[in-house]
Design a protein around this ligand. Sequence first.
Ligand SMILES: Cc1ncc(COP(=O)(O)O)c(C=O)c1O
Length: 400
Amino acid sequence: VTYEGAFLPYGRQQIEADDIAAVAAVLRGEWLTTGPKVAEFEREFAAATGARHAVAVNSGTAALHLAARAVGLSPGCWAVVPTITFLATANAVRFVGADVVFADVDPETGLLGPAQFEAALARAPGPVTAVFSVHLGGQCVGMDAIAAIARSRGIAVIEDACHALGTTECGAPVGSCRVSDVACFSLHPVKTIAAGEGGIVTTNDEALAATMRRQRNHGMVREPADFHNRDLAFAADGTPNPWYYEMVEAGFNYRLSDINCALALSQLGKLERFASRRQALARLYDELLAELAPLVRPVPRVPGCRPVLHLYQVLIDFDAIRLDRADLIRALSDRGIGTQVHYIPVHRQPYYKALYGDLYLPGADAFYRRTLSLPLFSGMTEADVVRVVTALKTIIGAAT
Ligand SMILES: Cc1ncc(COP(=O)(O)O)c(C=O)c1O
């Protein structure tokens, strides 16, 4: 695909002939779902992230929901969620009947740091039992500091790593759960690797993994050792009945099909290439945008984190360029360049405002006011980056 003269979206998948062949092979085979590709993908994903367990599910949202349930979030509990995130992070808390303490973020990086975490804990109206650390754009805040605060209060740490596949922090891949309980990934087409729709959870805790595996499939168990109804489960001679299964809790159908897993597996094999491509494109943006500083500057990089950026986010001084964000987005779009805003603070969504009222989170407001995500995906060329920066210079130059 070449984007010369074509519309350049802010993100998109990169599908190659071998990805298509991998999907076609599944379509010709025996198992469209609940087959061998699921376990194979989980094995490879665990190996790629360095986690002991990986559980594939059918979206990043499902991953967050299962993680929330597995760590025991339930009615009466509160969970800290940075307000600069996608809706799904907060919604996962509501799915299990728990409540959200929206936290402020660092105005420069959009991330929940230790100070914002502490402030959220101080405001929490009830017992906080989990924190969601969102790796916005692919960057992690110092996770050791977040985890230390959480551990000292018995709070579970869930990483919303939907943006951060390939990122390393303190030398360890995101998803290794070095200091967290669970990490959740999305395999949506704009993410670093695509499954169509899909998600995956990693953990080093066998019990959490077993719970999430069970809950992604209706809460069913098929292992004789797990059966409760011994009269129904076993024949008189103690042999397990071959048809028998049990449901020990209400679960979901969050299974990821073999079709999706085959695509994700094929894409995972390219992670290194995709990641270094994103890193090279981000470096070029950094270099070329230097000329537009301080009007436009990249979101600063967090020390100790080597990101594979999912989003190339910049901070723009819209007052100084004398152009508002909608006009800039329209002007870029007229030049065939797609952009997006990540994110509208979630606490401002009508649903959450009705629940928790107006909150004063100035760091989030300052970040939201200035942020814009420029096109970044592994299928882009250097010429595409040049085109984006040139367009920005032209539009901003004309406006000022
Ligand atoms: C930060 C974040 N969390 C969660 C999700 C949900 O992932 P999915 O779209 O796969 O359900 C997304 C997806 O956009 C996301 O960006």
